[in-house]
Design a protein around this ligand. Sequence first.
Ligand code: GTP
Ligand code: MG
Length: 335
Amino acid sequence: RMYRRQMMCRRDIDDFNVPFLAIYGSLIPPEEEKLKQKQLVAILEKLVSKEWPTSNLYLYGSCANSFGVSKSDIDVCLAIEEADMEKSKIIMKLADILQSDNLQNVQALTRARVPIVKLMDPVTGISCDICINNLLAVVNTKLLRDYAHIDPRLRQLAFIIKHWAKSRRVNETYHGTLSSYAYVLMCIHFLQMRRPAILPCLQEMETTYSVTVDDVHCAYFDQVEKLCDFGRHNKESIAQLVRGFFHYWAYCHDYANTVISVRTGSIISKREKDWTRRIGNDRHLICIEDPFEISHDLGRVVDKHSIKVLREEFERAAEVMQNDPNPCIKLFEPY
Ligand code: GTP
Ligand code: MG
C-alpha cells in the first residue's frame, strides 16, 4: 500500500524544473553584491600598488568563475615579481600594509598549504583571502567561466550540486570530502558526456588562448560566444540532469578503475595515470583530473572513511531524485 501511495504522490520528473530553477535563482548573487566586491578589490589594488607598483590583483574562485552563490567570500591572487622573496615574507608584508588601513581582522596565515592573508572589510562585510602568485587558479577560473557561457544548464546544475554538497556537508576538504572546484569539474564532465553532448571539450579544440604558468602549458578554445547553441540537440531539463548526475555517481561510475577528465572530455583509466595505488597520502579513491595540472587528482583528499560517506550521499540523492515526492526539499535537508 505504501508503494502505491508513493506512486500516486510522485509526479513527473519535469514537474520539478520550476522549483529547481527557483532554488537556482535564489542562490544567484544580486548585482549590488557584485558591485561591493568590485569596490573592495579597488581598495586593495590601491593599497597594494603603492608598495608593489608593477603587481596585479586577480579575482579567482567562485567570485570570478560564475559559480559563486550569494554571500561567498572572495578569492584574490596577488601577482608579483619578487623572485628573491619568500612567499611567507610577502604574506607578512602584505598583511602589514593592509592592517594599517581600516580593514578588519587582517591575519597572515603563513604556514597553510597555500599561504594567505585573510581579511574582512567592515564597510561591505565581505571577507577575502589573498594568495600570492597562484596563477594556475586564475587560469582554471577562466576555463570554468568560459564553460559556463556555453550552456545555461551548467550553471544551474552546478549551483544545485554545490548547494546539495554544502547542505549535506560533503563540501569540506579538511574532512576528506570534495572542494567546490571538484564539484564544478564533475558537472562539466557530466555535461560533456551526455548524448547528444551538452558541452564540448574546449581543450581538444583549436587553440585560441594559451599561457604557460609554473611550467604548465594551458591551451584551449576560448571563443565561447561561437558555441552558444552547442547543446541545442540535447533537450534534457534541469531536473533530468540533476537526477542523471546523482544516478551516475551513485550507480554507474567505476571508482576502482577510472578517472574523469574534463581535459579530454572522456573517462580515462587509472592505470594510464599510475593512480592505482596509494602514494603518500594520495589514495585516489575517487579520481578527478585537474584540467591543467594533469598529475593532480582533486579526489586526493578523500580517504577510506570519507569515500564511504560520499558514496552514501550520492546514493541517497539518487534515491531522492528517483522516488521522493518532494526532491527539491529532501535533497537539501541538513545533514
Ligand atoms: P566556494 O568558495 O565554495 O563557493 O567555491 P570556489 O569556487 O571558490 O572553490 P574553492 O574554494 O574550492 O577554490 C577556489 C579556487 O581555487 C577554485 O575555483 C580554483 O580556481 C582553485 N582551486 C581550488 N582547489 C584547487 C586545486 O586543488 N587545484 C587547483 N589547481 N586549483 C584549485
Ligand atoms: Mg572560494
